[in-house]
Design a protein around this ligand. Structure first.
Ligand SMILES: [Zn+2]
Ligand SMILES: [Zn+2]
Length: 80
């Protein structure tokens, strides 16, 4: 019957919210080395190779192997 919360239990809720500044301010686009399109996202490799999702799927048979794909440029194995 008593509906009281414990003492002060809910007060943590308003604890300081650090101001979050967006890290996505600068526009970074990728350019697929396969189709040449500029996209908001591409799979990429440290060597600089970038490939879009579509091209990756098209080339899946060649460069992908389960949860990984292989950069055709440098041969590095990349995880999805
Ligand atoms: Zn592409
Ligand atoms: Zn590479």
């Amino acid at each position: 019957m008593p509906e009281r919360d414990g003492p002060g239990e809910k007060q943590n809720f308003s604890s300081s919210h650090p101001k979050r500044k967006s890290r996505w301010g600068r526009k970074s686009t990728y350019k697929c080395h396969c189709c040449g399109r500029e996209l908001p996202f591409c799979w990429n490799c440290p060597c600089g190779f970038q490939i879009c999702d579509e091209c990756l799927k098209e080339n899946m048979w060649g460069i992908s192997n389960g949860p990984t794909w292989v950069c055709p440029d440098c041969g590095r194995v990349r995880m999805f």
